[in-house]
Write a new protein. Structure first.
Lengths: 487, 511, 169, 110, 652
């Protein structure tokens, strides 16, 4: 009766075991010899990643505990995304970790714990499971954000994150409780069945509460205000992981939830319009506010807010219940989320490098980087331009998918906003480029990249470029992931 | 159909050079320059070969290569040339090649410069040889950012700072392209719905897009968007203001490529995408384009008269000349489209030569202010000759290809819009005035002792003059070499048929 | 439902709400913490009325016990100055009243206008702790395990944070 | 007429607790008080869950009414973890900034 | 006979090509060697001269056949959809005559230049330009269609520009060159418009041959009203005529020609007296069928412009002191003559005058050059005087020129001028005849003034003139010869009119009565000049003193230059260009910049929302929740469900 195929949970179990195992190892070995933690983490993540790839292509879709927990390509796609993100964060933070005042050994396990939380979120088809996964991720992030325990800014960021995140969880939970009250269940399929097409003030209230909860995670305006502060205050690798992982996990959950509402509700029209307006505002405000920023992390925070707006467009594109259109929108989001990882990780890896070498992360610290560290400058340029959607970088294809999906639904105006805003975003991205290229950075040290950082940025750069020129493989993956969701 | 890889080779020649340069140490500037020159020369040689190997009697797209690329949305890696794109390809490589030589004396961050220049050349080239709309856009947008970087590093600050100029240029073109992207997506979706009815997958191929029928109101809107995008690119009034500032701020090679070929993407796009695919939209917008084109011609020419900086003069003059191209497109007939393509070619060569010469003048004298210069013909006769030929080509002197292009345009325009044609011709006067003033004030007049130390252009610096002047006169004296090709392009690309149907509606006899 | 239960409900509901009010209005942070414990207790009683004895027990143990003590410890550790004014309002409190009031009005309106929820409790057989544990360990196995993991991580995290960067330079 | 306690009454109590907690989040200057207010909000949600669980009329539809209680249990666990980390953070920030005043936490802005 | 000649005519392209080759060789190969460059250039032009003579003989010997059927040999030059242009050569008596004139004068000038330009730094460049000019001018002469002619038309303009500005280090030369180019360019716009519009109507630009403009107009082309009551062909004729007005210096485009004297004197002789400036006349003659088919307004216009220019320039010439300026205004005046001859329908007379004028005006310019050369660049006639003693050849040849232009028989000018005046009278334009006659008088007067003052007057001690070298005097002699005998071509047995005429050939006898009147006018002019400047019977100063205003007006060329300068400086440069530039920078660009500013400003404003205050964030968050709920509830029509009255149902 009960489907207890634990094999389907393999990646999650591996992650949990590895995380705890690494914690224990960190405790066991003497503080001076914790260098081994890094390769161990990298190989653990690589192994898991390899397995998830195998999982994606060769293991059939299945539901664990009869739909309490889903194992479909959609979830696995996101797992690949999270693991890639985690891996890149770990790789790029090798040197950075040594600047932490203490507990360097626990950093990697915590990253893995957060990854696990994200994976749970992507797989959960039960609202409570999703919530617990979300909290695992979030609570871990509280710790990670405050990891520089002697840094007032980091602590401030963490406490802000904690308060706001908890408040948003509270309202999310309130929404879940209302849904539960309506349907008697927390399981998505059953909720969908029970809700049917009837709607009442309660369903609307629940939807709004849930939207607020997810909107917080994906930093949708007006639920975004935490993001800039936390991004700026957190250690750069953590910011990176927040930007790519937390946001993608939020989207994974949002998509599942949104599909649920799509199937069960006739609330499409207004809900969509509201979301469209939100997406537009998010793109506009995110991009415009990024313009006057002087701190690169804060700028990237606003940029990532804007990116959420773009991705939300793809979600909205899932409007009329026909399979092909479904795929269009979801595929676009999936594709974009993945390339967003590479682009953002490239930018953050360079930012990590600069911050670690120069102690701060203002745009002026990047002056003359093209001379001082040419590779880093090139990768930074490529990454931010990919975020802006300039070909031949992957962001262009991603944006194309997103906007063509939404235009196919007849929402042309949002495409204008989106395209124009992404071109305006070039303005502030070019601010960084200008800093890096215009002068030769007299008086600043040469900071060539080495080792893991070099590998990270090269990898992100090449991936961004290759996926921009030949996006077919990733697009195919995104399609099969999207298809698995609506099957 | 079997794929021909010669275009791919042409496209990849500069890329290959780029990769080699990446691995050359920064200090080996000579080597870097030579590799860049070889790369661009290979592309030039291949395009010259294509120019002569193209079978004009058959026409249509030749040397095509179509490889499915992004399958889920139907993008093909489609390359091919016809009589419209081949001159543009040749032009690109001519200017690319000469741009390398015009930058021969660069000594600041040489490696970066040539890497960016080669990206730029590749991008522009790709735009012209793409037979797939997606690839077309991809290549077009590639070029924008390298230009920005080149402007802020190697540019010069005059009336406006180079940072401002570069940013203005970049953002302007990108905003324009944003609207084009919307249009492109709309077109693609419309086409794919039509194709889906026919049981075919979506496509971005120009040829297939052109064969479908679109709703007139759809065409009008989409053409309008393209007009904004491509119009900004071709510096159509009132979207031209990036152009003079941008050229003034940019380093020589960028000005050459930008004014020479990049701008032409606007005209090329309007023909290939606007008129060919959306003829009814074109017909709707034609009167408006014509009016704006006239404003372009006269307004920019007047402003050029008031300029004191050489690059601003040429910048405004190129705005003015692009008015001719727009006017030709607005006329929507075979002759005028022929003229438009030829004008783009002619102006490209001329503008490149002009900017190249100005670049040398600036490099040697460190000023571009017309008032500070004078009598340069004494010290630098070869440069003066090149400069003067550029000027003469600019004012459409017979013997240069520019004259024929202008004549063809006016001829075509006069068939449908005689008044506009007359106004366009009147523009020649003002062109003559500012060009001759510049020539007189810069080159002629008493010998100035402060320039006596200047060396005339020689060695590699002569390459741009020789190559571009040769092209100006060779095609100017034997226009059929160029025009037969363009004409075959106009007829065999389906443009002629489209124009005949659309043109019927606008032709109202003479006057 | 018996009148007795109704009376008990109202007494403890009022206690819970009033104590909550105390939490947010008291200017003494220690008082707030004590009010918090009281509010938790009130809610725990309501749980009992709702046939959720296990939850009531958990509530008392976790909230009224552990959490409150923890809070008081934190208060002790961070207290500076006069305890009587240790918990003032911000200058934005009027806005807070407005928004919170609005939200309450909204929720109340939604709840009260919903006919389906205007129901009285049925005699219920379900609700035993055994069934709860069965459910927890079967259907809710995944979140259960994750919650366990979460507690571990939270523990470690709390230690890391509280301990601070004094391990070594 | 007997006054009976129905589902909406419980929900109303929950809503009151929630909004009082929310008000606390908005208005308290001490971070610890803010955390306490959040606990109130989560508690309110729990009350909702349990109330729905008790009154749930779908017993005969094969739905286990205890799901609500399970959910509440998870919320209690998570809330406990959250407050633990939160208080640890308060201590950290007190150590770094010598304040627990929310208004003073404004190094990061704009 | 015609057949063989036909074959000969097909080689006519060699005539312009040889100078082009020479241009090419000099420009790219022999530039460094002055002697070689000059030799190549002169060799080329002399060969062309021989070929032209051959063609001329061929034309004469072919007789009527070539008169009726111009020989055209063409190749396709441009062929695209909607536009077919052929390039080729057209041989008929008119072009043969022009070929001869051009090659002859050009050869003379080039030989002369050997001496005149000796020692100049740009010697090779000079011959390079000369060859280019010869090529362009000969190409223009041989053009078969309007576009071809326009191409060469512009090229001669370019050469003129280059040669006027030959001494580019002189600011005056630089400005004069620019002025010349711009002025003619302005006029050419009219021509180009005419060409473009003609092509759109007729689909051809050929002068002769099947399907050509003339053929179509002859075979029942229906003219129609275009602007008001002015017919299409009239408008076309007027447009086409604007080009010649510029090139041939007709009022109001005459301003460039006097300034063009800044170029080397041989250049003035060749380009600005004998050949290029008459291209306008030649074009009108070529396109005469257009003017003829158009309404009479067109030809009237030509006549009026021509006659006005004739008298206008002549009056200015009286008051000029610069030897070259006087000649320049004289040229203008004579060009006016040719134009109004065309205007009254006398194509033959016009062409004839064109030819004779080329000889004697080139002669006089070269003579003037000889003087200037001898006096080391002095050009004011009052600084000269008594040159006849030291420079006999120059003086005699110049004197022949003066007599020729004054219309004294048997010199060339007499025949041609007389024919023009007679045509004016006979075609019913007595007023124009009167103007022509008065102009003839003035011409005789100011030319003799020049001659008497410069050559016969008192010797100036500071001058040390010497006779010019052979290279310069021989061309003078040759041209003087032609100035004497050139007019005899009009004699009935030579029959210039038989070969060059428009329409049906009607042999016309000399009207000796009118001839006598015009000779008298010329003699009166000479006599007046003699009495003033030699006999000093009337003091020039007295005349000036009596009409100070008139003198000042004439001296300053009616202030036309000043007016133009004012328009350009104040209106175009000073106002329109500046205003438009201002508009561009502050309005067009201002909009762009303010948009950018708006975006940046909005960004700076929006960032203030992120106050850093935790509780503000929470407030915004929850307020948004409330708002969203209301929006959604309204949008979904769920607001009715929220009716508070529903609560009155109470708890069940």
């Amino acid at each position: 009766m009960m489907n207890l195929n634990f094999a389907l949970l393999t990646p999650e179990i591996i992650m949990a075991v590895l995380s705890l195992g690494l914690l224990v190892i960190g405790l066991l070995i003497p503080p001076g010899e914790r260098k081994g933690m890094f390769p161990l983490t990298v190989f653990a993540l690589l192994g898991t990643l390899a397995y998830t790839f195998y999982d994606f292509f060769f293991i059939q879709r299945g539901a664990f505990l009869q739909g309490m927990y889903m194992h479909d390509q959609f979830a696995v796609y996101f797992k690949i995304l999270f693991l890639t993100g985690a891996l890149l964060v770990v790789l790029s933070s090798k040197d950075y970790v040594s600047t932490f005042p203490a507990h360097r050994g626990e950093f990697y396990p915590l990253i893995m714990a957060a990854t696990l939380g994200m994976m749970i979120m992507a797989g959960a088809s039960d609202l409570i499971t999703m919530y617990v996964g979300l909290e695992l991720m979030t609570i871990t992030f509280f710790v990670l954000v405050a990891y520089r325990t002697n840094d007032g800014k980091a602590s401030e960021a963490a406490i802000k994150y904690l308060v706001l995140s908890s408040a948003s969880s509270a309202i999310l939970l309130y929404g879940i409780s209302l849904i539960y009250g309506l349907t008697g269940s927390t399981q998505m399929f059953m909720i969908a069945q029970a809700l049917g097409t009837v709607q009442s003030p309660v369903t609307v209230l629940a939807v709004v509460f849930l939207l607020a909860g997810f909107g917080f995670k994906i930093s949708l305006i007006p639920f975004h205000l935490w993001a800039p502060d936390i991004y700026e205050g957190a250690p750069t690798p953590v910011t990176a992981f927040l930007a790519v992982g937390s946001k993608a996990a939020g989207f994974a959950a949002l998509i599942r939830f949104y599909l649920l509402m799509m199937y069960s509700q006739t609330f499409a029209q207004t809900g969509q319009t509201l979301l469209l307006i939100l997406a537009a505002i998010t793109m506009i405000v995110g991009n415009l506010t990024a313009i006057p920023q002087t701190n690169i992390k804060r700028m990237l925070a606003y940029s990532s807010i804007a990116q959420a707006g773009y991705m939300l467009i793809g979600v909205i594109a899932v409007s009329t219940p026909s399979v092909s259109n479904f795929i269009g929108g979801i595929k676009a989001v999936l594709f974009y989320a993945m390339i967003y990882v590479f682009a953002n990780m490239g930018a953050f890896a360079v930012a990590t490098h600069v911050e670690q070498a120069q102690g701060s992360c203002d745009i002026k610290d990047f002056a003359g980087l093209s001379k001082r560290s040419p590779l880093a400058a090139v990768v930074m340029t490529a990454s931010v331009l990919s975020l802006a959607g300039i070909p031949p970088l992957a962001g262009f294809v991603g944006k194309f998918y997103l906007f063509s999906a939404v235009m196919d639904q007849g929402y042309v105006w949002i495409a204008y906003v989106g395209f124009v805003m992404s071109m305006i975003s070039v303005y502030y991205y070019l601010g960084v480029v200008k800093a890096m290229f215009r002068t030769e950075g007299e008086g600043l040290p040469n900071i060539p990249v080495h080792g893991a950082t070099k590998f990270t940025i090269l990898f992100t750069f090449i991936t961004t470029l290759v996926l921009g020129i030949y996006p077919t493989p990733l697009a195919q993956m995104a399609i099969s992931a999207a298809t698995s969701l609506v099957k | 159909m079997s794929n021909s890889f010669i275009l791919l080779m042409t496209l990849l020649a500069p890329v290959l050079a780029l990769f080699i340069i990446v691995f050359i140490p920064r200090e080996e500037t000579k080597m870097i320059k030579i590799v860049a020159a070889i790369g661009t020369f290979a592309a030039l040689a291949l395009s010259v070969f294509l120019f002569f190997a193209y079978d004009k009697s058959v026409g249509g797209l030749q040397f095509t290569m179509t490889i499915p690329w992004i399958r889920d949305i139907g993008v093909n890696l489609g390359l091919g040339v016809d009589g419209i794109s081949l001159p543009m390809l040749l032009l690109t490589n001519l200017i690319g090649f000469t741009a390398v030589y015009s930058s021969w004396n660069i000594d600041k961050r040489v490696k970066d410069f040539f890497v960016l220049l080669l990206i730029l050349i590749t991008g522009v080239m790709g735009t012209f040889i793409a037979t797939d709309l997606f690839i077309f856009f991809l290549c077009y947008e590639i070029v924008v950012i390298p230009i920005y970087i080149m402007v802020i590093i190697w540019g010069s600050t005059k009336r406006v700072s180079k940072e401002y100029a570069g940013m203005k240029l970049t953002i302007y073109l990108l905003i324009g392209s944003a609207f084009m992207l919307v249009a492109m997506v709309a077109l693609y979706l419309n086409a794919s719905h039509q194709l889906a009815v026919l049981g075919q997958g979506p496509t971005f191929m120009f040829a297939e897009l052109a064969q479908l029928q679109y709703d007139p109101s759809f065409q009008i809107i989409v053409f309008g968007l393209f007009l904004f995008g491509f119009g900004s690119l071709i510096s159509m009034f009132p979207f031209h203001s990036w152009s003079p500032d941008g050229y003034a701020g940019a380093p020589t090679a960028v000005s050459m490529i930008h004014a020479g070929v990049l701008k032409k993407i606007g005209g090329y796009g309007l023909i290939r995408l606007g008129v060919l695919v959306l003829p009814l939209g074109g017909r709707f917008w034609a009167p408006i384009i014509a009016v704006l084109a006239i404003i372009n011609i006269l307004y920019a020419a007047f402003i050029a008269m008031a300029q004191k900086d050489l690059k601003y003069v040429v910048g405004y003059s190129s705005v003015s000349h692009m008015g001719n191209v727009l006017l030709a497109i607005a006329a929507l007939n075979i002759t005028s489209i022929n003229g438009a393509v030829a004008m783009m070619f002619a102006h490209g060569v001329m503008a490149a030569l002009f900017f190249s010469m100005i670049g040398f003048i600036y490099e040697k004298t460190h000023t571009r202010n017309i008032g500070d210069l004078g009598g340069l013909a004494h010290q630098m006769p070869r440069l003066a000759t090149g400069f003067m030929i550029a000027g003469m080509a600019g004012l459409g002197l017979p013997g240069t290809v520019n004259f024929i292009a202008e004549f063809t345009i006016f001829n075509g325009v006069a068939k449908v819009m005689p008044v506009q044609a007359i106004l366009g011709i009147v523009g020649i006067i003002f062109t003559a005035v500012y060009t001759l003033r510049v020539i007189a004030n810069v080159l002629f007049g008493p010998r100035r002792a402060e320039w006596d130390h200047l060396k005339d252009i020689r060695g590699p610096e002569l390459v741009p003059v020789v190559v571009l002047v040769f092209v100006i006169f060779a095609t100017g004296i034997f226009p059929n070499t160029l025009f037969h090709l363009i004409d075959s392009g106009v007829y065999t690309s389906g443009l002629a048929k489209v124009l005949e149907t659309v043109g019927q509606a606008t032709i109202g006899g003479l006057f | 439902m018996s009148t007795m239960a109704t009376v008990v409900f109202f007494i403890f509901a009022i206690i819970a709400v009033a104590a909550a009010w105390g939490v947010v209005t008291s200017t003494n942070i220690v008082h707030s913490a004590l009010f918090l414990a009281l509010s938790f207790l009130g809610v725990a009683v309501l749980y009992v009325l709702l046939n959720a004895e296990f939850l009531a027990a958990a509530q008392i143990l976790v909230y009224a016990g552990a959490v409150s003590i923890l809070v008081i410890f934190a208060v002790m550790l961070t207290l500076r100055g006069d305890v009587a004014v240790s918990n003032p309002n911000t200058n934005k409190w009027t806005w807070g009243v407005c928004v919170a009031g609005l939200l309450f009005a909204l929720i109340a309106l939604v709840i009260l206008t919903n006919d389906a929820w205007r129901i009285l409790p049925m005699p219920s057989t379900a609700g035993g702790t055994t069934e709860l544990s069965a459910l927890l360990l079967s259907w809710y196995m995944v979140p259960f395990e994750v919650a366990a993991f979460l507690l571990t991580i939270a523990l470690i995290g709390a230690v890391i944070l509280a301990k601070g960067g004094k391990e070594r330079k | 007429m007997t006054i009976s306690v129905g589902l909406s009454t419980y929900l109303l109590v929950g809503a009151m607790l929630f909004c009082i907690g929310l008000y606390g989040v908005f208005s308290k200057r001490n971070v610890i008080a803010v955390l306490m207010s959040i606990e109130l909000m989560l508690n309110a949600v729990n009350l909702n869950f349990v109330a729905f669980s008790r009154f749930t009329p779908w017993e005969n539809q094969g739905i286990n009414p205890l799901v609500g209680q399970v959910s509440a249990l998870f919320v209690i666990v998570v809330a406990a973890a959250e407050i633990a980390v939160g208080l640890a953070l308060v201590i950290t920030i007190f150590r770094n900034r010598k304040t627990t005043n929310v208004d003073d936490l404004n190094w990061l802005k704009w | 006979m015609f057949k063989e000649m036909h074959n000969l005519f097909q080689w006519a392209w060699l005539i312009p090509f040889l100078p082009f080759l020479s241009f090419f060789i000099i420009a790219f190969i022999t530039k460094r060697s002055k002697g070689l460059s000059a030799a190549i250039s002169i060799l080329a032009i002399l060969t062309s001269l021989c070929l032209s003579i051959g063609i001329g003989i061929g034309v004469i010997s072919s007789g009527a056949e070539v008169v009726e059927n111009p020989v055209m040999s063409t190749v396709n030059w441009l062929s695209i959809g909607g536009l077919q242009i052929n390039f080729g050569t057209l041989i008929d008596p008119m072009s043969a005559m022009m070929l001869f004139v051009v090659t002859l004068v050009a050869s003379m000038v080039q030989i002369y230049s050997l001496g005149y330009m000796h020692g100049d730094k740009g010697f090779s460049r000079y011959f390079c330009y000369q060859s280019l000019f010869a090529f362009s001018m000969l190409g223009l002469v041989l053009s078969t269609n309007l576009l071809e002619m326009y191409v060469f038309w512009e090229l001669v303009g370019l050469c003129s520009y280059l040669l006027i500005g030959f001494w580019y280090f002189k600011v005056s030369a630089r400005e004069a060159a620019k002025k010349a180019f711009v002025t003619t360019r302005v006029a050419d716009v009219g021509l180009l418009i005419g060409i473009v519009l003609l092509y759109t109507k007729f689909g051809s630009l050929d002068f002769y041959g099947p399907g050509s403009l003339s053929a179509q107009m002859a075979s029942g082309f229906q003219d129609f009203a275009l602007i008001g009551s002015v017919s299409y062909l009239t408008v076309m004729a007027l447009l086409v005529f604007i080009g010649p007005m510029g090139k041939s210096g007709q009022f109001p485009f005459h301003v460039w020609l006097p300034d063009a004297m800044e170029g080397p004197t041989p250049v003035s002789a060749l380009i600005h007296a004998a050949t290029m400036v008459v291209a306008g006349v030649y074009l009108v003659a070529r396109m005469f069928f257009l003017f003829d088919n158009a309404s009479p307004v067109a030809l009237e216009f030509v006549a009026i412009i021509g006659s006005f220019t004739a008298i206008f320039a002549a009056t200015i010439a009286i008051a000029q002191d610069d030897i070259k300026k006087i000649l320049a205004y004289s040229t203008l005046s004579q060009l006016g003559y040719m134009m109004f001859a065309l205007g009254v329908g006398a194509l033959t007379a016009s062409m004839f005058h064109l030819m004779t004028h080329a000889f004697f005006k080139a002669l006089m310019f070269l003579g003037a050059g000889s003087v200037i050369h001898a006096l080391h660049e002095k050009q004011n006639i009052w600084d000269m005087g008594g040159l006849y003693k030291k420079m006999p050849i120059t003086t005699i040849t110049f004197g022949i020129g003066v007599l020729a232009i004054a219309g004294i028989p048997p010199f060339a000018g007499f025949f041609s001028k007389d024919e023009i005046l007679a045509s004016a009278m006979h075609s019913g334009h007595p007023f124009i005849y009167a103007i022509g006659l008065f102009t003839a008088f003035l011409t005789a007067f100011y030319m003799c003034r020049l001659f008497f003052v410069a050559f016969l007057g008192e010797e100036k001690p500071e001058n040390h003139p010497h006779e010019s070298p052979k290279t310069m005097t021989v061309p003078l002699i040759i041209l003087a010869f032609f100035s004497v005998v050139g007019g005899w071509a009009a004699l009935p047995d030579h029959n210039f009119a038989y070969f060059i005429h428009y329409g049906v050939f009607e042999p016309e006898a000399m009207d000796w009565g009118l001839a006598a009147i015009s000779v008298a006018a010329g003699l009166i002019g000479i006599g007046l000049a003699y009495s003033i400047y030699v006999k000093k019977a009337i003091k020039a100063e007295d005349v000036v003193a009596r009409f100070p205003g008139v003198y000042k007006l004439l001296k300053n060329k009616y202030y036309i230059d000043e007016i133009y300068q004012w328009v350009i400086d104040k209106i175009i440069d000073g106002f329109i260009a500046k205003v438009l530039y201002w508009f561009d920078i502050y309005i067009i660009d201002g909009i762009v910049n303010s948009l950018a500013l708006l975006v940046r400003g909005t960004g700076s404003g929006l960032r203030r929302f992120t106050t850093g205050q935790l509780q503000t964030y929470a407030l915004v968050f929850f307020f948004a929740v409330v708002v969203f709920y209301i929006v959604l509830a309204v949008g979904e029509g769920q607001l009715a469900g929220l009716n508070p009255l529903a609560m009155l149902g109470g708890v069940k």
